[in-house]
Design a protein around this ligand. Structure first.
Ligand SMILES: [Zn+2]
Ligand SMILES: [Zn+2]
Length: 181
């Protein structure tokens, strides 16, 4: 039995539901893969820089293979509907900005909205341009230290100093999200 799933179905399975945000990410990934002339990344040659943490990001993870865990998806907390996907092999990247008008709709119906996003002509959906891939400190491996308070490991780059001792962020009493850059 051979049940081939489409990239859209894969994205829905990965994300857990169908939604307009996922449809945005699906189109972004489709455009990026086409413009870069590549397929889903088997290894880490592709890199995605996402400027928000919406549902769209999951479609991009599913379709490009760029994930947080592999370190080839970088989250920049700008609250912008902008996605840059690049190829580390040749330094080529495409920066995709979703048009403000594409984010607004007359319909409240989620199913209709998904189809609106998927069917929107590309020039009404986004603008995109080729850019050079700039990746300071990609996938760096940081030394692990032991927190003086809880004894758990903390990456050197994220460690804090409290009363002269090296501690992790929770023990330092910082309650930010921690992982935004
Ligand atoms: Zn969603
Ligand atoms: Zn700690």
């Amino acid at each position: 039995m051979c049940m081939e799933t489409t990239p859209w179905e894969d994205a829905v399975n990965f994300h857990g539901h169908t939604c307009p945000g996922l449809a945005i990410g699906y189109r972004v990934a489709e455009i990026a893969l086409r413009e870069l002339g590549v397929h889903r990344a088997g290894d880490e040659e592709l890199v995605a820089i996402v400027e928000n943490d919406s549902c769209a990001v999951d479609a991009i993870q599913s379709m490009t293979g760029c994930t947080m865990g592999k370190g080839n998806m970088l989250f920049r907390d700008h609250g912008k509907q902008v996605y840059t996907i690049g190829n580390r092999k040749n330094g080529e990247a495409v920066r995709i900005a979703i048009k403000v008008s594409a984010l607004h709709s007359e319909t409240e119906n989620k199913h209709q909205r998904v189809h609106e996003v998927l069917d929107l002509p590309e020039d009404k959906f986004c603008t995109f341009s080729k850019v050079a891939l700039e990746l300071p400190g990609m996938a760096r491996l940081f030394k692990s230290l032991e927190c003086a308070e809880c004894g758990e490991s903390v990456a050197e780059s994220r460690a804090r100093v409290k009363d002269g001792k090296i501690v992790c962020i929770p023990c330092a009493g910082e309650y930010s999200r921690g992982w935004s850059k």
